[in-house]
Ligand binder design. Structure first.
Ligand SMILES: Cc1cc2nc3c(=O)[nH]c(=O)nc-3n(C[C@H](O)[C@H](O)[C@H](O)COP(=O)(O)OP(=O)(O)OC[C@H]3O[C@@H](n4cnc5c(N)ncnc54)[C@H](O)[C@@H]3O)c2cc1C
Length: 467
């Protein structure tokens, strides 16, 4: 007997996004969180365009839009003078196929609140004050033990418990990585007077990176996120007095201009990748599986997309009778992407790459996956494995058609088959973004199968269960 189908350990962005995806699919899931409340800091404040698309599908985009704003232009200061602007990210501009063009800034604590509200709206819940201390598994399920309170038994367990994952250790999965930067870094949410909220303020000192100070207004709040780096071996003081000292020493502001420290933490940028993303009935997602440097803003985004890849697969196995081996494709698809995004974050951190197109995560896909089947003789611009772009087909906006837990079949300039009841059909003439053919779009917005005719389509769909 299981208490629940899926136990999700950790109510960070990964656990909450997965909780939402499972709840809207009617899968019994419980999210357990060690803390008594959600994480309070702003750290992962940059939501990439692909994550905005995922949030659109999960039903939180409007709230996320209302809670944040675009990235401010950087301003370089020296001796109290504005030296000039610094553009942090290359701008793309919205297009029909990619409507969300730039990273959207929302403090992580607020993103998490919005996700929790959505989870609760869907009937899901987070059990706070529940710290997992151990995990054992057998052929039928997983048992988690807690620092206090009784054990929970589940058919699957997802470790979304962050970079220091207890679950990852409990199931014996190693993590290989290195420190990207030996310099201790302070990150704090502060209230400051005397700085405008239109710019991300940079106060470079000399040539060295160790005395960097950057102060970014956090859209939708009265706070700024302050980041300061220190020489190796420095004891970082997280108190109001400590933050005031750094600001007074490195900028034209007076110590008293810092009026409040609302949250502060010290970290050392690290890059690491779990050796496996699955150990039997335990799956690792988010920071539990990959830890990034914050540069480039990829950690939270890659994490949310792990959850998005996993949710529909767990539901297919638990609810629709798909083979459990479908879950192997989670590691197959997500681990190489995590490795790529880690390389990208590290390269942005080292100043070798700008925050450009790749950081938006719109070009990622699963072309080599065993779930990808391109059967057309002459594929056009969108191929199986690619992200399914937005477009308007016969007056239907595709992102509206994709929204929800179902699969979608696009028939573009091709004969229109009768799809199974659970697959939504959109048809129209050949489209310049897609080309011609039948495109079966997975619940997570990637083209799984593409064909000139429906031959092979029923067999393909059968792999995902009976619904
Ligand atoms: C300074 C900084 C800036 C960043 N900027 C960005 C950015 O701009 N963009 C970006 O994409 N990413 C950024 N990141 C990274 C981002 O914050 C993380 O990638 C993201 O939080 C990962 O989410 P997660 O849910 O996997 O893990 P976490 O957010 O770490 O959540 C894990 C949760 O699990 C809980 N937990 C831990 N152990 C247990 C246990 N044993 N039992 C129960 N619960 C447990 C924790 O309390 C926590 O709530 C930044 C990180 C830092 C430090």
């Amino acid at each position: 007997m299981s208490d629940t189908d899926v136990l999700v350990v950790g109510a960070g962005p990964t656990g909450l996004a997965l909780g939402i995806d499972l709840a809207r699919r009617g899968i019994a899931a419980l999210v357990v969180e060690r803390g008594d409340e959600l994480f309070p800091g702003s750290r992962g404040k940059g939501l990439q365009p692909r994550t905005m698309e995922v949030f659109d599908d999960l039903g939180v985009l409007e709230a996320i839009h209302a809670a944040g704003g675009g990235y401010p232009v950087g301003m370089i200061w020296r001796n109290g003078e504005r030296l000039g602007e610094h553009h942090i990210a290359d701008r793309a501009g919205p297009t029909e196929d990619s409507p969300y063009d730039e990273p959207w800034m929302v403090p992580q604590w607020r993103t998490q609140r919005i996700l929790l509200e959505r989870l609760e709206e869907l009937g899901g819940e987070v059990a706070f004050g529940r710290e997992v201390t151990g995990v054992t598994q057998d052929g039928d399920g997983v048992t988690a033990r807690f620092a206090s309170g009784g054990p929970v038994r589940a058919r699957y367990l997802v470790a979304a418990d962050g970079g220091r994952s207890v679950v990852r250790r409990a199931v014996g999965v190693g993590m290989t990585g290195e420190e990207v930067d030996p310099l201790p870094t302070l990150v704090a949410d502060v209230r400051i007077t005397g700085l405008d909220r239109d710019n991300w303020h940079f106060f470079p000192q000399g040539e060295g990176a160790e005395d960097l100070l950057a102060v970014c207004p956090l859209a939708g709040t009265k706070d700024f996120q302050l980041v300061a780096r220190f020489a190796a071996g420095t004891e970082v003081d997280l108190s109001l007095e400590g933050v005031r000292r750094v600001v007074a020493a490195r900028s034209h502001l007076a110590a008293e201009d810092v009026t409040e420290v609302r949250w502060a933490s010290e970290f050392r940028p690290r890059v690491a990748l779990a050796d496996r993303f699955r150990a039997g009935r335990v799956l690792l997602a988010g920071d539990a599986a990959h830890v990034h440097s914050p540069a480039g803003g990829q950690g939270l985004n890659t994490s949310v997309q792990d959850a998005y890849n996993l949710g529909w697969k767990l539901a297919a196995v638990l609810g629709d009778g798909a083979q459990a081996s479908l879950l192997d494709t989670y590691e197959e698809e997500r681990r190489p992407i995590a490795a790529r995004m880690l390389d990208l974050s590290t390269s942005v951190h080292r100043g070798e790459t700008r925050r450009g197109g790749a950081t938006r995560q719109l070009g990622l896909g699963y072309p080599g996956s065993t779930l990808t089947a391109e059967t057309r003789t002459a594929p056009g611009p969108v191929r199986a494995g690619d992200r399914a772009p937005d477009a308007t087909v016969s007056g239907v906006r595709l992102f509206d058609a994709f929204r929800g837990p179902h699969w979608t079949l696009l028939a573009l300039g091709a004969s229109v088959p009768a799809p199974p009841a659970a697959v939504r059909l959109v048809h129209g003439p050949a489209h310049r973004t897609y080309g011609t053919g039948l495109f079966l779009v997975r619940p997570d917005g990637y083209v799984g199968w593409a064909g000139d005719t429906p031959a092979g389509l029923p067999e393909y769909l059968a792999r995902f269960g009976g619904r």
